[in-house]
Design a protein around this ligand. Sequence first.
Ligand code: URA
Length: 233
Amino acid sequence: MRLDKFLSNQGIASRSQVKEYIRKGRVIVNEQLVKTSDQQIDESKDRIYFDGELILYQKNIYIMLNKPQGVVSATMDNVHKTAFDLLKIANKKDLFIVGRLDLDTEGLLLITNDGELSHNLLSPKRHVSKTYQVIVEQPITKEQIQKLEAGLDIGEEKLTLPARVQPISENEFYLSIVEGKFHQVKRMLQAVDNQVVFLKRVAIAGLKLDETLEVGEYRELTKDEYFQLTERE
Ligand code: URA
């Protein structure tokens, strides 16, 4: 791989900026200063330093974003700001969103270039759990909780799969579901004659939203968090 491609793929900067950095002598390959961007490197063997810092080769990238309300879970949109607009990283070309949230839903949005992980998380057969913090218009009743947990008719071919409710207060609870139908949580609450007034995704499988991330902020997953994505809740 070319040196400039490697550095921009690792998120250092855009390809043209990286070329400039290389020209200015900010890049070292195996203890040697290199000033030519087209130098070929072996990303699995060579040691590449930018400003003295070793750049670890990372084929896949995993980002958790605390999506704000009013932001579309998309790469491009003509009307609204998108989740991708919030990412201040150079190379977004291969990234995609794993499991969209509605415009008015906030919380954990996973963005990656790892197609296999994405497929595994989204596959309906795998029953990956997603947990939402839900605030509803009317106090949630025991019967409503029972129905949500048992499975409901929301106008699909089959009833929803059993869900889990963990009450927080009269009008607020965590709801864990193992499917991802369009507007599923809102439709489940409508089916028990209640209505969602606030919705936030707080977990996907074993991965929890980092509560220190303000809405609109993001960061890469740690190694442990990556493994939590493959844990069953
Ligand atoms: N269920 C919904 O209704 N909306 C979301 O954004 C996610 C789950």
